[in-house]
Ligand binder design. Sequence first.
Ligand code: F6P
Length: 322
Amino acid sequence: IERIAVLTSGGDAPGMNAAIRSVVRSGIYFGKQMFGISQGYQGMINNEITPLNSKSVSNIVQRGGTILKTARCMAFKTPEGRKTAYENLKHHKIDALIVIGGDGTFTGAEIFSREYNMPVIGIPGTIDNDLFGTDFTIGFDTANNTVIEAIDKIRDTAASHDRLFFVEVMGRDAGHIALWSAIGGGAEAVLIPEKETHIDDLVEKLMVDLKNQKTSSIVIVAEGDHGGGAFKIAEKVKERFNYDTKVSILGHLQRGGSPTSFDRVLASRLGQAAVEGILKGKNRKMVGIISNRIEFTDLTLAIKNQIEVDESLIDLVNILAI
Ligand code: F6P
């Protein structure tokens, strides 16, 4: 393997740039020629493939987003799209690929690698922390810090006005950001996609809190929870009892910002390990960190959505909200 290309795909995540930097510089360290593909798989199809040197990745370790840009690409799901992508890689004599992203990114990588016998390693980059084979994905820690900063601010105004706030956080299919930010932000309750949403239980809890002189509350709602989102849940709760209720949807601000130290170090370790892995002949694996050690997991396993929600974290939210 002499020429390695790196891309970012799917939703961006803070720390992706630190990962790109680490991949490029580790590759150069091992004497390899490094290339960047813009806009994820779309750029592979559009032949947006350029050489990267050490200088190309300077001054980015601290930057959110991804300098390579990213996209969710429909054309790569078709055999014709992948064929064009392969021809472009061949034209640039690329021997191996490192893809940074989440489950959609890895699904595409797995198919493409088998179809064209192209070695590929995945690096977990998503704020959702929903991949099997790593304790943490790049961006999760930064997103949590962004969310708790917002919750702290909302808490000030909630307490001043005696209000109930529903704060909706990202996570279409996964409640990890919701759970972690509920604990870190001291929320009174949390609603996540992995669990049924029982409005009766929530109302009962909030009523008990009111009786116990708790005059304001914050409920964290994951985007994908089964109650239909923060606005719908707030409406249902308002029908049941009199509480000045407000909703805040945090949205895409959760995806931006300068990565935390944790995410920068994680991204740097995973970038280096991905390059070393591919040079040692690893293929169709995701590199992750489990119990602080580098581990490689089959891409097919990583994306099977087999992470279970940690019940003890749900219990902790409830225990700390009495
Ligand atoms: O996968 C990351 C994520 O931010 C999810 O939490 C969210 O549901 C989704 O992406 C939003 O995607 P988009 O930016 O395409 O609207």
